[in-house]
Write a protein that binds this ligand. Sequence first.
Ligand code: CA
Length: 223
Amino acid sequence: MKILVVEDERKIAGFLSRGLGEEGHRVDVAVDLAAARSAVDAADYDLLLVDRMLPDGDGLSLVRELRRRKIDIPAICLTARDRVEERVEGLSGGADDYLVKPFAFEELLARISAVTRRRPGTDVIEVADLEIDPGARRVHRAEREIRLTAREFDLLRYLAENTGRVLSRTRLLEAVWDTTHDPGTNTVDVYVSYLRAKVDKGASRPLIHTVRGVGYVLEDRPR
Ligand code: CA
């Protein structure tokens, strides 16, 4: 893959380009937002690793800007900040994942394969005994067909495309309702409860989990 590392700390940038180079990736380094913007405009990257504290601003603003321009390169934010609100801010700002410094290189590799694997498409998505066919817009759980409304389907698909990733309500509103303002009252929570009643009720185990104070995650948590 071609990876752009946006990082002003030389030691970290060096460590990342060496390590990712050894994994067979081609790595460019941008030391500030301005350099990162020109790099993204000049070449096609498969992944961005973006530090949040850069000399000319917050790395997250670059990710936001790209998402506004409908540029969908997977992005992982790197940061020394580790408060939950900032994690949520990163995810709702369009970053695909978040890694708190210092991190183990193995952890970074795992996140990279996760975000680059989870690209939206038309392939059938399988999570445990749940099967979602985005082309036919059909859902099965343990071979049984589940009937969903269009909105319920979009929400389930988005959760499943992001399996294992905690999604904030804001992120879900943006992705599924295409708005940052709640069109009703607790719209996301209401729809998640509809989905749970159809997808998880009576199933071997729940796949939709609440992460208190943050949002929701769809994942298989074997007992
Ligand atoms: Ca920095």
